[in-house]
Design a protein around this ligand. Structure first.
Ligand code: HEC
Ligand code: HEC
Length: 312
């Protein structure tokens, strides 16, 4: 008996030691780095691309990257759950020192697809990624970044201080997204469901906020995200109070009783069904057209219903 206890004690000791070693390794190593791929790309800056890039960026980049001066100088993402640590976005202007003037188009493209920066640093869940976006839409974002529409500034916040949880998840769960050489075409905008799905899951990203939790997101295969479109993700609002995202499936506890018009009013203008304004971070998506909202509505109808009553 004594011997068994002794062996059990040794095993327990070894397990504790291994865990401690892993914890210190993760703490010191931080967020892992990966090899990058050199992409030979030079995006032609056309007015059409700049306009489309601006539209995408208004819904996908500016909110996170605009500083208090209104320029794309970067800021602290205070709306992120505190458990991720202190997270600061970066300067996206053409400033040679603080901005992205020295990045090649290929490096920007690779980051947007995979989440890996040109120095190999992986950016976790708090930086948007576009593994399945159409090539042309990403060229548009890059054309906009290169255009003269962005005012230069050499302001930039300090580096992020990710929490242990962020570092840990970046070791065990979150990985760079795969890079595909295959061209990805724009969706057929006459097919409401296909187009709505592309907007909501691939380019405008409604599902990350509207699924169960940021920690269980699947950016490559959004449908596999925990609680896909069932809402319940809690995020700090403007006053620091927690705002819970709503269930966007067509269940009775979701938006089954929303008319198309009520849906458009919520999405484009932040108008709450029955009166009042939706709270941040549900910002109005005014640049989406009514047709685009109708297509998202048509797509959400096809998403498996989740029964999940959100208290607010
Ligand atoms: C949810 C917030 C969020 C969104 C949306 C977002 N970003 Fe970021 N981005 C970040 C954060 C945070 C970082 C820095 C993370 C770090 O260094 O820890 C970052 C880093 C970057 C970098 C690296 C810059 C550098 O100098 O290291 C680039 C380039 C970038 N983002 C471009 C974009 C573009 C283009 C878009 C829109 C298509 C976008 N981001 C959307 C939060 C966001
Ligand atoms: C940054 C996170 C975030 C993103 C991105 C986001 N939402 Fe929301 N959304 C919220 C939050 C939080 C609420 C609840 C606000 C409140 O309770 O006042 C909400 C509310 C809604 C509502 C109201 C539902 C109801 O029951 O009243 C609709 C509709 C909606 N969002 C649709 C969308 C669509 C469509 C997209 C993509 C184009 C989107 N949201 C993107 C966070 C987000």
């Amino acid at each position: 008996m004594k011997k068994i206890l002794k062996i059990a004690g040794i095993i327990l000791g070894v397990v504790v030691l291994i865990i401690l070693c892993f914890v210190s390794y993760v703490q010191i190593d931080g967020i892992p780095k990966y090899e990058t791929k050199k992409i030979d790309l030079k995006v032609e800056v056309t007015p059409e691309r700049v306009a489309q890039g601006f539209k995408i960026a208004t819904m996908e980049c500016i909110a996170c990257h605009a500083g208090s001066d209104g320029k794309l100088s970067g800021r602290e993402l205070t709306e992120l759950p505190k458990e991720f640590g202190k997270v600061f976005s970066r300067n996206l202007t053409s400033d040679p020192e603080k901005g992205i003037a020295n990045w090649t188009d290929g490096e920007l493209y690779y980051l947007l697809r995979t989440g890996v920066k040109r120095d190999g640093q992986y950016l976790p869940v708090y930086m948007a990624k576009f593994p399945n976006a159409a090539d042309e839409d990403l060229y548009s974002v890059i054309a906009w970044l290169r255009s003269d529409k962005i005012e230069k500034t050499n302001e930039e916040p300090p580096e992020s201080e990710p929490s242990f949880l962020t570092k840990f998840l970046s070791h065990v769960a979150w990985k760079p997204l795969p890079y595909t050489e295959k061209p990805i075409q724009l969706p057929d905008t006459n097919n409401a469901v296909e187009h709505g799905k592309y907007l909501a899951n691939t380019i405008i990203h409604c599902f990350p906020c509207h699924s169960g939790d940021f920690k269980t997101l699947n950016m490559l295969e959004p449908e596999k995200s925990g609680g896909f479109y069932g809402g319940g993700n809690k995020m700090p609002g403007l006053n620091g109070d927690l705002v819970t995202t709503r269930n966007l499936t067509f269940d009775e506890t979701g938006i089954a009783n929303f008319t198309e018009e009520e849906f458009i009013q919520s999405v484009r203008y932040g108008k709450k069904k029955g009166g009042g304004q939706l709270r941040m971070p549900m910002f109005p998506h005014t640049l989406l057209t009514d047709t685009e909202c109708k297509h998202i509505y048509a797509y959400l109808k096809t998403v498996p219903k989740i029964q999940h009553k959100i208290e607010y």
